[in-house]
Design a protein around this ligand. Structure first.
Ligand code: P5A
Length: 445
């Protein structure tokens, strides 16, 4: 992508309304535009990041055996009346009536819709287990939307729903998702801690929140100091190896970690860290809460009709964009982990009027793009200082800086955004250097 043609409305000044770094940087880097309270447009660069996160979430859902579908954003109120949540959900639900005066709503979550889909098709234990997910926009009329995409009213969630015959099977599905979440966050380059949690309006008695520790987080959390040493990457745990998966689940859930709603100083260990965090995922086992209310039943082996056992699992996909920036930025701007960077490489042309420099930039731009990497080429006729500042703000993991002096000597400069490290590279070996550097970085996950 040539910056001269790209729609990237960056801001020089800090926007007044932004209270935290990620919100400020997303606005400054031209990733999002606010259209109303808690409602945003994803501009081209923001959307690139959102799509990359989605892809990592999707890959891990598929690997765990969940199947993708896409349910609508607009739902019928009737289903929610059946489950009993229509009144209970209160003002957070955006209620709409259509031209026939039918009551509709913009879905804040999909337990009811999926239970309805399940009951229309599945009648026998032989068709279990099932696990369906989608990545779809939700609307919650939050009383205080804030921090940009972190607490929006319209936001993108990956949500999935498991269906099992017995409580034991349902708990295994829960543990599989627990592992899938750890692997997902590992692939996103984040250290996220699973914490025992409250179930709120979703319901049930087993629940974990996945929390990214950050000073600016909305949740107050209490974690055992041991978490610093724990392997959270899901090691070589396999979904189909039940004893191995259960041992790992027990190991992790036995280390103290709780949000303030359920923190208990009496049972907490002595070496406790009190800090803040961002909830990037939340999983629930709620048994037959919805299946009983909505009559979603299957025949078991004895021919008896029983309500299906269910769980639901959510990842805040759009919230993750903000959360990742909170975890990875500096004064100058965003420092993207390479897996989800909107561009892998940024090329800075220091002298657009200089024929040799521009020719080399064009050549490098074409060749790197041809390797399949995403490249942003700053071909604008502006000052070097402005270009450096802009590239640091955008945060591509690698920068290639091309100026007339270097070109004469057959050299360009490379800079790694994450570490700030700079070094000179021979033009003849540039393509090779950049491709190996990038694959090294990606192997890190
Ligand atoms: C689980 C999936 C649920 O809704 N039903 C389906 C369950 N859980 S949850 O905790 O309420 O939401 C799941 C995740 O969505 C993100 N999230 C938000 N992101 C941005 N703005 C919001 N207003 C918002 N509300 C929830 C969180 O990451 C949460 O963990």
């Amino acid at each position: 992508m040539r910056l001269s043609q790209y729609f990237l409305p960056t801001l020089k000044e800090d926007p007044k309304e932004a209270e935290i770094a990620s919100h400020r940087l997303m606005l400054r880097a031209g990733m999002i535009q606010q259209n109303g309270a808690g409602v945003y447009t994803w501009l081209p660069m923001g959307l690139r990041v959102l799509r990359k996160i989605e892809a990592i979430v999707r890959r891990n859902q598929d690997a765990a055996g969940a199947q993708e579908c896409l349910m609508p954003t607009i739902q019928s109120a009737d289903l929610w009346k059946e489950s009993g949540r229509y009144d209970a959900y209160g003002k957070e639900m955006l209620r709409i009536t259509d031209r026939h005066d039918r009551e509709m709503l913009y879905g804040p979550t999909n337990e009811e819709v999926i239970t309805d889909i399940f009951r229309s098709h599945i009648k026998s234990y032989k068709d279990l287990p099932k696990n369906l997910y989608h990545i779809q926009w939700k609307f919650r009329d939050e009383i205080r939307p804030r921090f940009g995409v972190m607490r929006g009213r319209e936001f993108l969630m990956k949500d999935n729903y498991s269906f099992d015959l017995t409580k034991e099977d349902a708990e295994y599905s829960y543990k599989k998702m627990f592992l899938a979440y750890l692997k997902t966050f590992r692939d996103l380059g984040l250290r996220v801690i699973p914490m025992k949690a409250d179930t709120g309006p979703i319901g049930g008695d087993l629940s974990h929140e996945f929390i990214l520790l950050a000073e600016t987080g909305e949740s107050e959390v209490f974690v055992d100091a041991k978490w610093n040493e724990v392997d959270l990457a899901g090691k070589d745990i396999h979904y189909n190896n039940k004893p191995q998966l259960e041992a790992y689940f027990d190991e992790l859930t036995n280390i103290y970690a709780a949000t303030d709603e359920i923190h208990n100083p009496e049972t907490a260990p002595k070496d406790i860290i009190q800090t803040r965090g961002i909830e990037v995922g939340h999983i629930f086992y709620f048994g037959t809460k919805y299946s009983e209310a909505m009559n979603a039943t299957v025949q078991n082996k004895d021919g008896k009709t029983v309500p299906v056992e269910m769980g639901s699992y959510g990842i805040g996909v759009s919230r993750l964009v903000g959360a990742i920036i909170e975890a990875s930025h500096d004064e100058a701007g965003i420092k993207w982990p390479s897996e989800i960077a909107p561009f892998d490489v940024g090329i800075i042309n220091l002298k657009v009027g200089d024929e040799q420099t521009s020719k080399l930039c064009e050549d490098v731009y074409t060749k790197i793009s041809a390797t399949g990497l995403d490249v942003l080429y700053d071909d604008r006729d502006t000052s070097a200082g402005a270009k450096f500042a802009n590239m640091d703000l955008i945060g591509a993991p690698w920068q290639i800086i091309v100026g007339p002096k270097g070109v004469k000597m057959g050299m360009v400069e490379m800079k790694q955004r994450m570490t700030g490290e700079k070094f000179d590279v021979k033009i003849s070996s540039l393509i090779e250097t950049i491709t190996t550097k990038l694959s090294d970085l990606k192997k890190g996950y």
